[in-house]
Design a protein around this ligand. Structure first.
Ligand code: MOS
Length: 730
């Protein structure tokens, strides 16, 4: 069949083979295993150091690579001489510009890779970098994104969007608010830095890599190296975090593959923490000049703006205007988005790219409108709720945003008490923000479920668990469908040669994409078990069910499932499952609202978030424990984005100043407020046999605006520029 696939708001048409998914949705609410809190299946292995991350891979004869990077924001290698470096102790190979994809003579940013060395030890490789002789032609950098737009320096064409008549609606409106917002560059800083170990087995390239997408690495390497994809095996069994910057192979993979080919040895190329903060992607900065127009009763009649995304030297333009297009029922919307190319490190997707930046501005703008109209911020949001997708007019597959607002009421009602606790220089206030995002997932995604005579099941699928508890949630789905206890289910993942195609751990798509495939595979295995049981116990298959490890007959008799499975001997049951397409003609989205309570010291500019309630609608919740952990993580990452994190560059040279975790201010546990998490947990009736959506990204989206609006409530100050550090506050 032909269908649409969406990842982080980017749509493409795909063709796929899929069996009809015949399973009915489970009833809502907690079941035997699904919907009940489960501790992480891999927690023990991770805590004991038994889990093998890419950083732990040690192959016989393995060399270490070090990368020579441009010290300039814009420069060209006129001439390079590797010969002295090749003579250095321990050095086994070296490559220069043009020898591997993404290793180029033209360096568009500080940190761009231009050469690399492989040596017996990492220290030897780094020492030899100093012996590479480079003749640089230093070029003028363009660093100001507005300047880049004026000069027409784009990575892609400007994106225009229009519905209704924006100008006429603004002219007729009772109230118009115009504001400019700026958001900063933030860095991903996952615990495991970007890295790969590459080794050649004949003409097959084996890539161990820290990735969110083993299949994306496979196809990316195939394309870049001109190899058949089936000659590339990608392995990632454990992974130390990824927020969007680990969706592609990356230059470090190409460097390791090329040096491994030249030396005939396995090669590791691992970024140091400093390199991680230079050349591993970032959330791009934005400048947003926005307008909202409304009637006196609070009905929004026009939204519009100019969005400049400073992407760096390369990258794709996420939809910063997306929230403006989709969050409110506004008939007249006009936006233009510019993908400004500047001489800074390229952006990479970062947890709800575009929507984090665009929701900060939109939801601050709505509160500024509420102030002008003297309306309650919650009331103005309810009034402009859109029961259908405002950008297409089509129905939502499900939308419980109004229920989120209803549940936000009790947190919002605390604002008078919170304000009353202001004392001396410490002013207190409460703010809120709403959230819309994608997160419906989609095909293709496949799984196998193997059940043996020991009454244990193994789910086999070539997906990855990036540390978010995917193994656990997916095992819960299989256990529920098979009627087996959770500890009787194992999951094999992380290897493109072991198991069928699975989706990336990106775009909040893992659970809604993989979950239905795994349930279908488990359902296929369950039907086979019941067929055997029907013969063994002389019943009709449709008179039998499988629950809590027992086969139950309609007449009340029951037997342990092991009795039937024991008949298999060395043979096994194999169930297969595929993820079907999303409903056609429906918008599939996630929704949420957050309420923040802050204290602001108006003498020092210090902002403390004291409490944050995160209420989200992501359809059915598989593992409430893992889900609340995801919400908390998103809120904490959002607090860093809002209050402290900022990549700084030297405005004269474009050199990156914040290369260490001393200089780059991440939130610490002292910055973490009381976090209240709440999930609506109503299955989407139109989305797969699970009714589950993804929640990786939603919780970071409304954080900045909720805090900024709380600061306005506390102090009366409009805040327009992230991060809201003390300098900005004063
Ligand atoms: Mo995406 S930013 O990899 O979830």
């Amino acid at each position: 069949i032909r269908t649409e696939k969406e990842v982080e708001g980017r749509f493409e048409t795909i063709w796929l083979v899929v069996d009809e998914d015949s399973l009915d949705q489970w009833p809502s609410g907690p079941l035997d295993v699904v919907g009940r809190p489960a501790t992480r299946k891999s927690g023990r292995a991770r805590a004991r150091g038994e889990a093998i991350y890419t950083a732990d891979v040690r192959l016989s004869g393995m060399l270490s690579a070090a990368v020579l990077r441009s010290p300039y924001a814009h420069a060209r290698v006129r001439h390079i001489d590797l010969s002295r470096a090749l003579q250095a102790p321990g050095v086994r190979g070296a490559i220069g510009p043009g020898d591997a994809p993404e290793v180029e003579a033209l360096a568009g940013y500080h940190g761009a890779p231009v050469a690399a060395i492989a040596a017996d030890s990492e220290g030897q490789a780094r020492a030899a970098l100093r012996l590479i002789d480079v003749d640089w032609e230093v070029l003028e950098p363009v660093l100001d994104p507005d300047d880049a737009v004026r000069r027409g320096h784009f990575t892609s064409e400007p994106r225009h969007y229009e519905r209704g008549d924006f100008d006429a609606a603004v002219a007729e409106a009772d109230v118009v608010v115009e504001s400019e917002y700026r958001t900063q560059v933030v860095l991903h800083n996952s615990l495991e830095t970007h890295q790969s170990v590459c080794t050649w087995e004949g003409d097959t390239l084996v890539v161990y890599t820290s990735t969110q997408d083993i299949w994306g690495v496979r196809s990316g390497v195939a394309q870049a190296l001109g190899m058949p994809a089936d000659k590339i095996r990608v392995i990632c069994e454990y992974m130390g975090g990824g927020f969007g910057a680990k969706n592609d192979p990356g230059h470090y993979t190409f460097i390791a593959a090329e040096l491994a080919k030249r030396t005939g040895r396995p090669v590791r190329c691992a970024l140091t923490r400093r390199e991680e903060n230079l050349a591993a992607g970032n959330r791009n900065a934005t400048i947003q000049r926005l307008t909202v127009a409304a009637r006196r009763d609070g009905t929004i009649v026009a939204l519009g703006g100019e969005f400049v995304a400073a992407l760096g030297w390369d990258g794709w333009m996420a939809s910063t205007a997306g929230p403006m297009h989709g969050l409110y029922a506004c008939p007249n919307v006009r936006t233009v988005e510019y993908a400004a190319r500047v001489n800074t490190p390229p952006m990479a997707a970062f947890r709800a790219p575009g929507f984090v930046e665009g929701t900060f501005s939109l939801e601050c703008l709505i509160d500024e409108l509420a102030v002008k109209l003297e309306m309650d911020p919650l009331e103005i949001r309810r009034r402009n709720f859109s029961p259908a997708d405002p950008s297409t007019g089509t129905a939502y597959s499900s939308n419980n945003l109004m229920e989120c607002y209803a549940r936000a009421d009790k947190h919002w009602a605390r604002r008078h008490d919170v304000r009353a606790r202001s004392e001396g220089p410490w002013q207190r206030g409460v703010g809120m923000a709403s959230q819309i995002w994608y997160g419906g997932g989609g095909p293709p995604a496949y799984a196998w479920v193997r059940v043996g005579s020991d009454a244990r099941a193994t789910v086999v699928t070539a997906m990855q668990d990036i540390g978010t508890g995917t193994r656990t949630a997916m095992s819960q789905i299989a256990a529920e469908e098979l009627g087996l206890p959770l500890d009787s289910v194992d999951l094999v993942l992380g290897n493109t040669d072991r198991g069928p195609y699975a989706v990336a751990a990106a775009g909040s798509s893992t659970t809604p994409s993989m979950g239905p495939a795994i349930r279908a595979a488990a359902g296929d295995a369950r039907r086979q078990i019941l067929d055997i049981a029907a013969q063994r116990y002389e019943r009709e298959p449709d008179q039998l069910t499988l629950r809590a490890g027992r086969i139950e007959a309609a007449d009340g008799e029951s037997w342990p499932v092991g009795e039937v499975l024991g008949l298999l001997g060395n043979a096994q049951i194999l169930g297969k499952g595929a993820r079907g397409p999303n409903p056609t003609g429906m918008g599939v989205h996630t929704f949420g609202v957050q309420v923040a309570e802050v204290a602001v010291d108006i003498e020092t500019g210090e902002v403390r978030v004291e409490r944050l309630a995160a209420i989200h609608d992501v359809g059915r919740v598989i593992n409430p424990l893992g889900a609340s952990s995801q919400l908390e993580g998103g809120v904490i990452q959002g607090i860093g984005h809002t209050l402290s994190e900022e990549r700084l560059i030297d405005p004269a040279t474009g050199q990156i100043l914040t290369q260490t975790l001393d200089a780059y201010r991440m939130p610490t546990i002292a910055d973490v407020p009381e976090i209240i998490t709440e999930l609506v947990d109503v299955p989407d009736p139109n989305l797969t046999s699970l009714g589950a959506k993804g929640l990786g990204e939603p919780p970071i989206i409304p954080v900045a605006a909720a805090i900024a609006n709380a600061i306005r409530d506390a102090t009366g100050a409009d805040v327009h520029e992230l991060p809201l550090d003390r300098e900005e506050m004063l």
